[in-house]
Design a protein around this ligand. Structure first.
Ligand SMILES: NC(=O)c1ccc[n+]([C@@H]2O[C@H](COP(=O)([O-])OP(=O)(O)OC[C@H]3O[C@@H](n4cnc5c(N)ncnc54)[C@H](O)[C@@H]3O)[C@@H](O)[C@H]2O)c1
Length: 248
């Protein structure tokens, strides 16, 4: 395994499960000191223990600006900076409904975590990256940033917004040595699928040219590459990882 993150401090949001858990494990295995954050303490503790001695857990809700500011301040005070930020925390659509039937509270909840959370995390971390002379940010978007599916307008809208926030921020920080990219997974084998029926998952697998779902570790490998010094000219991009689904 490469040691591309030796001496680097990374924050991964939503690190208690799925893609975030895999990102925390990958970055720690490559030498980073990783702070994983989540709202679920039991899941986060287990993920941190599995990731090894250079992983640490802090409870933090990405929808809560005060909690974010306190968490980032604690990371900087304890470890000395933030070189890598993986904005992974996100929630699925609470209900499968048409747009005019979506309850306002569901809409606000999805936007609050998936869009506002990504903004708030960058707002808190970028000043430290500017002070230390650079950094790398990976925002978790989705194939849903490019193509819609019916009955999930809050989620699809939120992932379109994450893509454009990534591009807008990339335009602003290119000369500050802060690289910002989006990763766009297709359907990935995580708890976010817990509300999906067996028939729905079967249908998703059948639609995949490779005939399978993406695994969280595969997304983590792409995130690690983009966040590493092996990708110095990769900035403002959106990287699909969907087994060919978007190609056909
Ligand atoms: N699984 C997929 O098919 C898929 C596809 C494309 C994009 N994504 C995106 O990848 C990211 C991770 O998804 P996943 O499938 O690993 O989900 P998951 O549900 O398995 O894990 C998400 C983690 O985020 C945490 N979380 C939820 N709300 C939070 C909050 N407010 N603050 C902090 N942490 C919070 C959860 O507790 C959980 O541990 C999300 O942004 C999701 O939209 C997932």
């Amino acid at each position: 395994m490469n040691r591309r993150f030796e001496g680097k401090i990374a924050i991964v949001t939503g690190a208690g499960a799925g893609i975030g858990r895999a990102c925390m494990a990958r970055l720690a295995s490559e030498g980073a000191v990783v702070v994983g954050t989540d709202v679920k303490a039991d899941k986060l503790d287990a993920a941190v223990a599995a990731a090894g001695t250079d992983a640490h857990g802090l409870i933090c809700d990405v929808a809560d600006p005060a909690a974010i500011d306190a968490m980032v301040a604690e990371v900087v005070a304890r470890f000395g900076g933030v070189h890598v930020l993986v904005n992974n925390a996100g929630i699925g659509n609470p209900r499968r409904l048409r747009l005019h039937e979506q309850p306002l509270e569901d809409w606000d909840k999805v936007m609050g975590v998936n869009v506002r959370g990504v903004y708030l995390m960058q707002r808190a971390v970028i000043p430290h990256m500017l002070r230390q002379g650079g950094g790398s940010i990976v925002n978790m978007a989705s194939t849903g940033s490019f193509r819609a599916t019916a009955l999930s307008s809050p989620y699809i809208t939120s992932k379109g917004a994450v893509l454009m926030m990534t591009r807008a921020a990339a335009a602003e920080y290119a000369r500050d040595n802060i690289r910002i990219n989006a990763v766009c997974p297709g359907t990935t084998n995580t708890d976010i699928l817990a509300n999906s029926s067996a028939e729905m998952i079967e249908m998703l697998v059948a639609r995949s040219p490779q005939g399978r779902l993406c695994e969280p570790e595969e997304v983590a490998a792409l995130v690690a590459f983009l966040a590493s010094d092996e990708a110095p000219h990769i900035h403002g991009g959106a990287y699909l990882i969907d087994g060919g689904r978007s190609a056909i």
